[in-house]
Design a protein around this ligand. Structure first.
Ligand SMILES: Cc1cc2nc3c(=O)[nH]c(=O)nc-3n(C[C@H](O)[C@H](O)[C@H](O)COP(=O)(O)OP(=O)(O)OC[C@H]3O[C@@H](n4cnc5c(N)ncnc54)[C@H](O)[C@@H]3O)c2cc1C
Ligand code: FES
Ligand code: FES
Length: 464
């Protein structure tokens, strides 16, 4: 069956487009829609932002450069050319940009317009803070952000509500050379993984999409998790929350805010809104990068990964999941089904700190995650994990031992910080030197102490 989607209101059926073609190339080269720009081709600049809407009704901004054409199946897609109505009238977002002198060369402008258009559909209040967050994934080199933000804030409640499309989806697409499987159920997903152990498992594609956009390599066979019902669920009971592996960050955020606000704050700094609209916690885990942001949090929170293969389901603790540089404990026929996070008890202190060169849209140099209980001034339990300090995200046993049973004081925090050099010998790379990583990780223990005992002491630089 062809891939079917609505493009600027017109139903499209494609049956000979390569499944490895990016949406950006498709729009520009096959549809002549050149308003969607290519800047970085790696999700960093936002020039390629488009809006998509699934049958579930959510309109979201995404980076066309990271998406493959079959990921559009069943969606309504809007590019900047599709914003004006039939009378070609300028869209309110575009008018606001004009009114506030918010464009100069205009290269970035379609991306900003599309990010803001999608943002106005979320129903969130248009404040300076929320707008900053919504366009953190869009770069402008010449106008300066103030007029763009002013334009956005001026939009007020002009947003119209869009009706989601009802388009029949396919569970298999091929152009005759490559295969794109889009199973609907966990059983189908597991069977496909067994039949095609070398196929790429695709969730949001914000890591995997680089293969097409940057490396220009075909995939051959892809199995998408996006439509697998079981992998898209979020379930909570008294003791734990279960996130299906295909739940994207935007959907996961409200629940994370409920159970671990500091984890949610960290997730808000993962990439940009466009990245969080596609990227999943499952993809972050299975990518197994030593600088992925969620794994240290999951290890500190004692989460459990649910793996599923041809011989059934098994549980792997987050501690044991990362076996080597970019390697996981998943077997060749296994996929990650879900992540179970114990609901922190009210007396558990959980904090996650990300250190990167920029606040938004930047990969971490170091991530520290800390889960501890203090009883009568004494550290009664502690789990600490770091990213960016070793080949895998990992616990810090010497640091934990230096804290356990000690009084929770600045002195203890400093001793525990020094103990980290027994746990890790970090690398020097273009993000940070070994010395910087060692020192910053150690200093974060002092931040933890101040953060947990002296709420009035500022521990983070924030934009005012
Ligand atoms: C511009 C940009 C900014 C970014 N910023 C950050 C950041 O700040 N912090 C951060 O941690 N990461 C960041 N990333 C990386 C990426 O967004 C995250 O790792 C994201 O969580 C990946 O999820 P995904 O759904 O897109 O995974 P995909 O790209 O679809 O998959 C990633 C890997 O996981 C495998 N996989 C996915 N799901 C499963 C499954 N269910 N079972 C088995 N294997 C599976 C895939 O085969 C692939 O190997 C950024 C990426 C970009 C492009
Ligand atoms: S081209 Fe830069 S984000 Fe897609
Ligand atoms: S107006 Fe030139 S890059 Fe934004």
């Amino acid at each position: 069956m062809p891939v079917r989607f609505q493009l600027n209101g017109v139903l499209i059926e494609e049956d000979d487009v390569s499944p490895s073609m990016t949406v950006l190339d498709y729009l520009r080269e096959m549809k002549g829609l050149k308003g969607t720009k290519e800047g970085c081709a790696e999700g960093d600049c936002g020039a390629c932002t488009i809006a998509i809407q699934s049958a579930l009704g959510r309109v979201k901004s995404v980076n066309a450069c990271l998406m493959l054409v079959p990921q559009l199946d069943g969606m309504s897609v809007t590019t900047v050319e599709g914003l004006s109505g039939p009378d070609e009238a300028i869209h309110p977002v575009q008018q606001a940009i004009v009114d506030h002198h918010a464009a100069q060369c205009g290269f970035c402008t379609p991306g900003f317009v599309m990010a803001l258009h999608a943002f106005t559909q979320t129903g969130e209040a248009l404040t300076y803070d929320s707008v900053h967050e919504a366009i953190a994934g869009n770069l402008c080199r010449c106008t300066g952000y103030r007029p763009i933000v002013d334009a956005a804030v001026s939009l007020g409640s002009k947003a119209e509500k869009l009706i989601p499309p009802a388009i029949e989806q396919t569970d298999y697409y091929t152009d005759g050379n490559e295969d794109f499987f889009a199973p609907r159920s966990l059983d189908q997903l597991v069977a496909l993984k067994s039949e095609h152990p070398d196929a790429f498992i695709l969730a949001g594609g914000t890591d995997l999409g680089m293969r097409a956009s940057k490396d220009r390599q075909p995939y051959g066979q892809v199995i998408s998790t996006a439509n697998v019902m079981e992998l898209n669920q979020i379930e909570r009971d008294e003791s734990s929350v279960m996130f299906g592996a295909a739940v994207n960050y935007t959907r996961a955020l409200p629940m994370l805010e409920e159970i671990a606000p500091s984890f949610a704050l960290l997730v808000r700094r993962i990439g940009s809104r466009q990245i969080r609209n596609l990227g999943t916690i499952g993809g972050n885990i299975c990518n197994a990068s030593p600088i992925g942001d969620t794994p240290p949090c999951l290890i500190a929170l004692d989460a459990v990964m649910i793996a599923h293969g041809s011989s059934g389901r098994r549980e792997i603790s987050a501690d044991d999941f990362f076996t080597d540089y970019r390697k996981t404990a998943l077997g060749p026929d296994e996929i990650l089904e879900a992540i179970r996070i114990p609901v922190p008890s009210p007396d558990l202190i959980f904090r996650a700190y990300k250190v990167s060169k920029r606040f938004d849209q930047d990969i971490s140099a170091v991530v520290g995650a800390y889960a501890l209980k203090i009883e009568n001034g004494i550290v009664a339990s502690v789990r600490i994990a770091f990213g960016g300090m070793a080949a895998t995200p990992a616990r810090a046993p010497a640091c934990e031992a230096a804290l356990m049973g000690r009084s929770w004081s600045m002195e203890t925090a400093m001793v525990a910080g020094v103990a980290l050099s027994e746990d890790f010998t970090p690398l020097t790379d273009f993000r940070a030197s070994q010395d910087y990583r060692t020192r910053v990780a150690s200093n974060l223990l002092q931040r933890l102490y101040l953060d947990t005992t002296q709420p009035d002491v500022p521990v983070e630089v924030m934009a005012l």
